[in-house]
Design a protein around this ligand. Structure first.
Ligand SMILES: Nc1ncnc2c1ncn2[C@@H]1O[C@H](COP(=O)(O)OP(=O)(O)OP(=O)(O)O)[C@@H](O)[C@H]1O
Ligand SMILES: O=C(O)[C@H](O)COP(=O)(O)O
Length: 401
């Protein structure tokens, strides 16, 4: 679906205009509220700088985390404003809300070429409900709309979808344009065997993706918090590990469907368990049949790494979303590190490797092999849904080219 892009707008189209830019600044933070990976912020710079250089007033909007419609101090976008200002080399006007009088006043006094950052849109429950009145309020402070939030393009929310009904033109930014160009080409004609590696902690929103992936890929490797729902569905004890109780039937169906379709479906054979969720927790490696009561699985084990490496060795394309373990804690980073190195070597043999997702990219950056991958996507769930062949609502809502 061809969409109108920012590249098609001239200086005359944007100069002096208030441009609402939806970005995905949902970046990983450490316990001290420091950004541990700024890939998503840097990825938004081409759009922001293009607009400022053309004399636009750039009003940035993003969500951060899942505050569920409430103001959560730890989910304010203040660290993002600071980092963005450093990267842009100019001040960023930080608003304490995303709608209302204070925002209107700050935007009203903006000069051409200035940049403002609205507060976390998800502090309002109406955002995720795609409430039209809220979308209209967001739009009230702008003249036109640029969506560059590829990582959030799979969400039909007020700031990604609803707002397009009140602003014209509504166009795609440079990041969305670049992501679509790369991912669509990789998805439409993948070199085979094609493997998907799915991990991370967003089990309920990503487990369903596996079903559609079974129609597209030759191999599926599951890691991260996702695995325990499958083990529990097999009747194994998983201790205090992350489990989605209402997805147990789905997990059983997915394993059966993979078998039926002849798709290799790989779950780890061993895991590293911890006695609590902490960097200095006591840890031990156990087979998946022996997860002790009261312990939780926080990484895949060394035997699983070997099994996964073997399965990946002949793959010509690999798409990876979701870390293999809690890589933020060194004790539970080995599985993610090993898979990152494996993909880096595969790229060296000519395979196409795509890494998607806020934390997945952070993990690959941490290992220092990001530049060895074919493509680093800012979208995790979004790139998976694109791979599934789904229409991303945040892109579908933009003006046609
Ligand atoms: N076994 C586990 N138990 C709990 N959390 C886990 C486990 N394994 C990985 N994680 C956590 O998963 C998180 C990342 O998952 P997530 O699904 O958000 O990936 P992502 O790459 O950020 O994708 P997206 O961009 O879609 O959010 C990390 O913070 C990591 O600590
Ligand atoms: O990190 C992501 O995948 C995006 O920022 C979307 O976040 P969400 O899964 O909370 O909608």
């Amino acid at each position: 679906m061809a969409k109108k892009t920012l590249a098609s707008l001239s200086s005359a189209d944007v100069s002096g205009k208030r441009v609402l830019v939806r970005a995905d600044f949902n970046v990983p933070l450490d316990g001290d509220h420091k950004i541990t990976d700024d890939t998503r912020i840097r990825a938004a710079l081409p759009t922001i700088q293009d607009l400022t250089s053309k004399g636009a007033k750039v009003i940035l909007s993003s969500h951060f985390g899942r505050p569920k419609g409430e103001v959560k101090e730890e989910m304010r976008l203040t660290p993002v404003a600071t980092r963005l200002s450093e990267l842009l080399g100019q001040p960023v006007i930080k608003c304490d809300d995303c709608i209302g009088d204070e925002v209107a006043a700050k935007i009203g006094s903006m000069q051409n070429g200035q940049v403002a950052l609205l507060e976390n849109v998800r502090f309002h429950a109406e955002e995720e409900k795609n409430d039209p009145a809220f979308a209209e309020k967001l739009a009230a402070n702008a003249d036109l709309y640029v969506n560059d939030a590829f990582g959030t393009a799979h969400r039909a929310h007020a700031s990604t979808e609803g707002v397009t009904k009140y602003l014209s033109p509504s166009v795609a930014g440079y990041l969305i344009e670049k992501e679509l160009q790369y991912l669509q080409a990789a998805i439409e004609k993948p070199q085979r065997p094609l493997a998907a590696i799915v991990g991370g902690s967003k089990v309920s929103s990503k487990i369903g993706v596996i079903e559609t992936l079974l129609d597209k890929v030759d191999k599926i490797l599951i890691g991260g918090g996702m695995i325990f729902t499958f083990y529990k569905a097999r009747g194994l004890s998983v201790g205090k590990s992350l489990v989605e109780e209402d997805k147990l039937d789905l997990a059983r169906e997915l394993e059966a469907k993979a078998k039926e379709k002849g798709v290799a479906f790989l779950l780890p054979t061993d895991v590293i368990v911890a006695d609590n969720f902490a960097p200095d927790a006591n840890a031990q490696t156990v087979s998946i049949e022996n997860i002790p009561e009261g312990w939780m699985g926080l990484d895949i084990g060394p035997d699983s790494v070997k099994v996964f490496q073997e399965a990946l060795s002949d793959c010509k394309s690999v798409i990876w979303n979701g870390p293999m373990g809690v890589f933020e804690f060194d004790k539970f980073a080995a599985g993610t590190d090993a898979i990152a190195h494996t993909l880096a070597s595969l790229t060296g043999t000519g395979a196409s490797t795509i890494i998607g997702g806020g934390d997945s990219v952070a993990a690959v950056e941490k290992v220092g092999v990001a530049d060895k991958m074919s493509h680093i996507s800012t979208g995790g769930g979004a790139s998976l849904e694109l791979l599934e062949g789904k229409t991303l609502p945040g892109i579908a809502a933009l003006d046609d080219a």
